[in-house]
Design a protein around this ligand. Structure first.
Ligand code: PXL
Length: 281
């Protein structure tokens, strides 16, 4: 894929849920990508009072019926989008609907950046099942870039999830299996090898895998994947190579994890990324 050049009028659309508390999905994508000078439009897939990890009793308003009417209205406005960034969908039918949104609004210069949000730590999130995984696999085939964590990558590749530290051989086997999806780049997050914790960036055209790692911090940090993906997309769109964008995003996320740990706040409330936003512009 050719290197993208800086354009001060960049515009994206982010298709994720709004979790009103918990700093994930749109409450991360909006501030992070906007801070990078990119106009960030949104199509909310659902509204939840909190995200679904470690909270119980959350509200869930499914917005399936609003997605295509929003996209059709946007079509009438004749706006070009530099990227579509998809994340958490409210239900399985929204995957096909998102494909329709791409058909309506994406042109040949629109990057399709897909975070196949559905699982972590070896387990599917509440509300997702094997059928969803199959449909997500088909949806990923429409993408230019996908950014699964290890669990999601294993589900997409139909490979058993490795508990604990992974080997580089395992990571390479996993990425090479996912090559059949036909995307340009795969950014694998949650990589936990003996030399550190972070992400691997796979350029499927030349087979090169680059690792970006920091020390491992114990704990389950909600919204870390959304932070990493949002920073990476913004950096890539503003003219960095995918490898440089990945390095920056991994380091930013690591710093936000350290801030979160220092704050003593419960990790289910998301990453303390706000003090770092100034580093993005
Ligand atoms: O961070 C991923 C995510 C997004 N949206 C909702 C979630 C999660 C992870 O648990 O529950 C609603």
């Amino acid at each position: 894929m050719e290197k993208r050049t800086f354009n001060e009028n960049l515009r994206i659309a982010a298709i994720h849920d709004i979790s009103c508390i918990g700093r994930c999905s749109l409450t991360v994508a909006l501030p992070v990508i906007s801070s990078m000078g990119i106009e960030t439009n949104v199509i909310p897939t659902a509204v939840l009072s909190t995200h679904t990890g470690e909270f119980t009793g959350y509200t869930f308003r499914d917005l399936t019926d609003d997605i295509l009417p929003i996209a059709r209205h946007w079509k009438s406005l004749n706006r070009h989008f530099d990227a579509f960034y998809t994340g958490y969908f409210g239900n399985i039918s929204q995957l096909k609907i998102a494909e329709e949104v791409f058909s309506l609004l994406a042109d040949k210069n629109t990057l399709k950046f897909v975070d196949p949000v559905m699982a972590d730590n070896g387990e599917l999130y509440t509300n997702f099942d094997k059928t969803y995984v199959g449909e997500m696999k088909k949806f990923c085939q429409k993408a230019d870039v996908i950014i699964p964590n290890i669990t999601e990558a294993c589900l997409l590749a139909e490979i058993d999830y490795p508990v604990g530290i992974q080997t580089k051989d395992f990571i390479e086997q996993l990425l090479n299996t996912l090559k059949s999806l036909g995307v340009s780049y795969i950014i694998l997050t949650g990589v936990n090898i003996s030399s550190g914790y972070g992400a691997a960036c796979f350029d499927t055209a030349n087979g090169r895998i680059s690792y970006f790692l920091n020390p491992h911090v114990d704990g389950c940090y909600y919204g870390a994947g959304d932070t990493l993906a949002s920073v990476l997309l913004g950096k890539y769109l503003t003219g960095n190579t995918i490898e440089d964008a990945t390095r920056f995003a991994v380091d930013f996320t690591y710093k936000a994890i350290i801030k979160t740990k220092e704050s003593g706040q419960e990790t289910k409330y998301g990453l303390v990324f706000e003090p770092l936003l100034k580093e993005l512009n």
